[in-house]
Ligand binder design. Structure first.
Ligand SMILES: [Fe+2]
Ligand SMILES: [Fe+2]
Length: 190
């Protein structure tokens, strides 16, 4: 696992941008949080995969806009991606960059990276764990994060719903409405 920590740190250092220490700490926090969630609920998830997905979920965080545009062109992706809030590019395009630069092709890990910001109604357990751990890891400070963290230990889907609700409030679009509907139903079943 140290291998991916090292690769992530080297990648961040190369970016020469401010805030890399904080972002690196966040990645370690998401890894710790994801493993704790898996243990807490006894989820049948490969912990090695979860650790790699957690460490790499923000791998493309400091990528340049030019590089993102190049990925969209190279893989002939929906040009509408470039119209989205740039904040989401690192998650949607991260899998392509991780595959190119690290040779990592595991579809579960790449899906967890892709969906960690926007989520998807088709998320599997690993994707859900990373989606949630991204906001409940210990370096996230603030009453709403702390409330979500506490909730996450007894009500996994309730905590996911907290994130979905916050996103729906901030971005009331079709995608978040679908997610909200799905996780409201899922929560009722648990
Ligand atoms: Fe992210
Ligand atoms: Fe993150």
């Amino acid at each position: 696992m140290k291998k991916y920590e090292k690769l992530l740190w080297e990648k961040y250092q190369k970016s020469g941008q401010p805030g890399i220490e904080e972002r690196f700490r966040h990645a370690l926090g998401v890894k710790k949080e994801a493993l704790e969630l898996i243990d807490c609920f006894g989820f049948p998830i490969d912990k090695n995969k979860a650790a790699v997905a957690a460490l790499l979920h923000d791998y493309a965080k400091f990528e340049s806009e030019e590089r993102f545009r190049e990925v969209i062109r190279k893989y002939k992706l929906d040009p509408e991606i470039s119209e989205l809030n740039p904040v989401v590019w690192h998650s949607l395009l991260g899998p392509y960059i991780i595959r190119e630069e690290l040779g990592l092709v595991d579809p579960d890990i790449l899906a967890a990276v892709r969906n960690h910001t926007l989520g998807s109604p088709e998320m599997g357990l690993l994707e859900e764990v990373i989606y949630l751990a991204d906001i409940t890891e210990e370096n996230r400070r603030g009453p709403e994060f702390e409330a979500a963290r506490r909730l996450s230990r007894r009500d996994f889907y309730g905590a996911i719903l907290v994130k979905v609700e916050a996103l729906l409030k901030a971005f009331p679009g079709e995608h978040n409405r679908k997610l909200y509907q799905k996780y409201t139903e899922v929560k009722c079943r648990f």
